[in-house]
Design a protein around this ligand. Sequence first.
Ligand code: UDP
Ligand code: MG
Length: 133
Amino acid sequence: MQQTYIMLKPDAVKRGLMGKIISRIEDKGFKIVDAKMFTLTQAQLEEHYAHLKDKPFFPEIVSYMTSGPVLGMIVEGADVIAGMRKLMGATKWLEADAGTIRGDFACNTTQNLIHGSDAEETAKAEIKRFFGK
Ligand code: UDP
Ligand code: MG
């Protein structure tokens, strides 16, 4: 069965939206097989968002993502990588359709509540990075 790395970002935790977001994941039929709360280190974040390091908004991402704990999860299911990306909605909040997590709960592109791996290779690397397995 396919697995993906999902992370509820600090704004999801601070806004008390963990339960609602987890319900959407479970209601869809995906299974949470591991979970932990932790605060990202700058080093973990720089590795995780290496593809964004040269972007002008990178410092903003760093301060946001290290501002409080996140909930990291391994989520399992058929086609869960693409399925979770659909459930999450587009990165930019104005492009995220209503009915998606970002479309319904976010009105900021940086503080967009949730991370989900975007491909099989990144899912494997992110599960290893954050869960060591
Ligand atoms: N991000 C941002 N501004 C942008 C693009 C991305 O602040 O123009 C932030 C946002 O929090 C996003 C994260 O950087 O979720 C990672 O960007 P990516 O392109 O990987 O989007 P995602 O895979 O999260 O949809
Ligand atoms: Mg991404």
